[in-house]
Write a new protein. Sequence first.
Length: 399
Amino acid sequence: MSTAIHHDVVIVGGGNAGISVAARLRRAGVDDIGLIEPSERHFYQPLWTLVGGGCASAKSTFRPEAGVIPKGVAWIKDNADDIDPNERLVHTRSGAQVSYDHLVVAPGIQLDWDKVDGLPEALVTKDVSSNYSFDLAPRTWRNIAALRRGRAIFTMPSGPIKCAGAPQKIAYLAADYWRREGVLDAIEIVLVLPTPGMFGVPVFSQELERVVERYGINVRFSSEVTSIAADQRRVTVTDNTSKTTEDLGYDLLHVVPPQSAPDWLKQTPMAADVPQGWVEVGKHSMQHVRYPEVFSLGDACSTPNSKTGAAIRKQAPVLVENLIAARKGRTGSASYGGYASCPLTTARDKMLLAEFDYTMQPAPSIPLIDTTHERRDMWLLKKYGLPALYWNAILSGRA
């Protein structure tokens, strides 16, 4: 028998987006909130790059989910399985039906490991890893620390992914380690990017070009790894422009899978008519384009900007202000300008903070500091400042 539950506001997803919105709503006086999230642990995923680079421990990246859910929010410990916006119902895997007056859809992103031929099989071999998995990030560091000669390949898929700089960051952390160990000259580093340049904003792209030149990294632009033969330790790299292929052997392979909205969400009326199935929202209002009582933010929504925690931090207050207006029968006026940032670790003590918005122009947020170049203080921000901000202020709705 199904269980019927009702809350004024239901939030699907207990990650960065869901928790920060829940906290902001509670601070605004909303007292009937249900949050649907199955996980026991809450991860600060931006640190997984540093785990893979040997600069942070895996255990430092998570805390109990129960400890980050705001006081007064009802935790529905279950998986969302379907949304019927006409009936205003969320169906869960256990059979519960959760009705709502307003809904926030923030289930995060799905890692499509099976979309690259041979990738699932490759991930069980010791030479292949991915910082996009908590379980695999420590293997990345073991592989980097063990390699003394050969070829290391770092991949990035086409299409939107969470933290689009992460595929590059680990390559730079590895290269700097090998340089310090005196073995960089014996290692060929290949970085496979689907884009025609290093970064979509010219000033940051130019800085990354200098980083790549410093380490002697071979970049395959407009290309993707389309298949992996783990038994032979070889990948096929396809040039998306010429459609030509290249067969490369590897001694170390770091892969980033294609990504999309969760499969169950793609099948709902929430989704935009695109292969990735994002929740279709107004890019400024964070409100669904067809269902005004529905809002979305974070990695699963359709806003045309980088899927980063920094984007969520700017989306959350806009969403909450507009949702509260909707609860009062008004149209909210808060507007999200597309801000996102990508903290690009370029060495084991330097970082480039790429900040930009919908205009794809630099959008610096730190006064008096030029963040268009590598800086040591930005590394300290990445390793210590941002995690502290996340756990202590973002998740509590204060930042």
